[in-house]
Ligand binder design. Structure first.
Ligand code: ATP
Ligand code: MG
Ligand code: FE
Length: 350
């Protein structure tokens, strides 16, 4: 099926068009520049930007895919989780489009969409094997840090753990601020860490003790780590000592990567699922990709990392999930659904 996907859960206005698992277009406009001066995504600003960007994004995606809007078989849209106001813009647009074109609509879960991103093929990599289930999925972004057990993309997704405080991307952004770097800070920490010593400072790894994993606790915590970095920097400044920014960045990054992958690999082992899929904007982190490859290799786990343009928020992954739902025989959503900022991951379709 030919599906147009709409994603507006955070700062990206994403429109994607897929035919089954084939990616036809993926247009992304981000309002990140507008949030930079506030040091974080401002919900009202994001919602407002979606209103401005949606129509041009749809026009561009349709043109790039080489289709007519009327050709689509269905509309898919993120109904949650995410920022309420931002979600509402996408949901409203999707309903209007579905009504105007008289097409079915599939209201889907944003996090499950991140997993669906792995299915997409661009045409040059047809030989690549499709994702096998069950798989463990680790999703890390500015708003989420979630560990999922995906038994079936369209019918069975279980939350194993999530952050109890800051998301991993948020921790990167907050620590970057402490180190005087601009927002979003993840890429700046990554760059600074390149010439730093990851073993210079041993920062705490919250909730990562063996006993936490033994009790099947896969929740994450990053706020203690962030506070610890801030205190370390403050103490050095107060004592008039120079702060080795590159060492702090590298040591902090090492701690985050260690926490994330210790839990993800432990879940693969505990559930006897030798497959790990990564998603979310923090996957851009070079050290995270490196250590993921090492540890997966050592544990006999098949590692899947979609291209970065499909790891960050986008409409194509939402369209891909919609297409999977159609192919699995699911009924369309009824038009009375709304935006649900706290939609649980087990609710794949609303
Ligand atoms: P979501 O709704 O999925 O949470 P988001 O907009 O908050 O979306 P993304 O756009 O997927 O998140 O990712 C942005 C986050 O990723 C920011 O917190 C940013 O600092 C972080 N990030 C980007 N590149 C890197 C990197 N190289 N290393 C670490 N963090 C990074
Ligand atoms: Mg974003
Ligand atoms: Fe996301």
């Amino acid at each position: 099926p030919l599906v147009l996907g709409i994603e507006t859960s955070c700062d990206e206005t994403g429109i994607g068009i897929v035919r089954g698992t084939r990616l036809l277009s993926n247009t992304i406009a981000s309002s990140m520049d507008e949030h930079a001066r506030y040091g974080g995504v401002v919900p009202e600003v994001a919602a407002r930007a979606h209103l401005d960007e949606l129509v041009p994004a749809i026009t561009a995606a349709v043109a790039e895919a080489g289709i007519r809007l009327d050709d689509v078989d269905a509309i898919a849209v993120t109904s949650g989780p995410g920022l309420s106001g931002a979600l509402m813009v996408g949901v409203g647009a999707a309903k209007a489009l579905a009504l105007a074109l008289n097409k079915p609509i599939y209201a889907v879960n944003h996090l499950v969409g991140h997993v669906g991103a792995d299915l997409l093929r661009t045409g040059t990599d047809d030989a690549e094997e499709p994702l096998e289930y069950p798989t463990i999925a680790l999703l890390v972004s500015g708003g989420h840090t979630s560990l999922l057990l995906v038994r079936d993309l369209t019918s069975d997704v279980e939350l194993l753990g999530e952050t109890i405080d800051d998301a991993a991307g948020e921790a990167f952004d907050k620590v970057a601020r402490v180190l005087g770097m601009p927002y979003p800070g993840g890429p700046h920490i990554d760059a600074a860490a390149l010439t730093g010593d990851p073993g210079a400072i041993r920062f705490p790894r919250g909730l990562s003790k063996q006993k936490d994993m033994a009790q099947h606790r896969y929740d994450f915590s990053f706020s203690g780590l962030k506070t610890s970095v801030a205190r370390w920097v403050e103490q050095h400044e107060d004592a008039g000592q120079p702060v080795p920014i590159n060492d702090v960045a590298a040591s902090f990054r090492e701690a985050v990567v260690d926490i994330l992958l210790t839990k993800a690999v432990a879940a693969c082992v505990a559930y006897d699922v030798p497959r790990l899929l990564l998603g979310g904007g923090v996957i851009a982190n070079r050290r995270l990709r490196e250590v993921a490859a090492e540890r997966a290799d050592a544990a006999g786990i098949v590692l899947r990392i979609p291209p970065l343009s499909l790891c960050t928020d986008n409409g194509a992954m939402i369209a891909a999930l919609g297409a999977q739902l159609i192919m699995a025989g699911h009924e369309p959503s009824s038009l009375d659904f709304g935006a649900d900022s706290t939609l649980p991951v087990s609710e794949i379709q609303v």
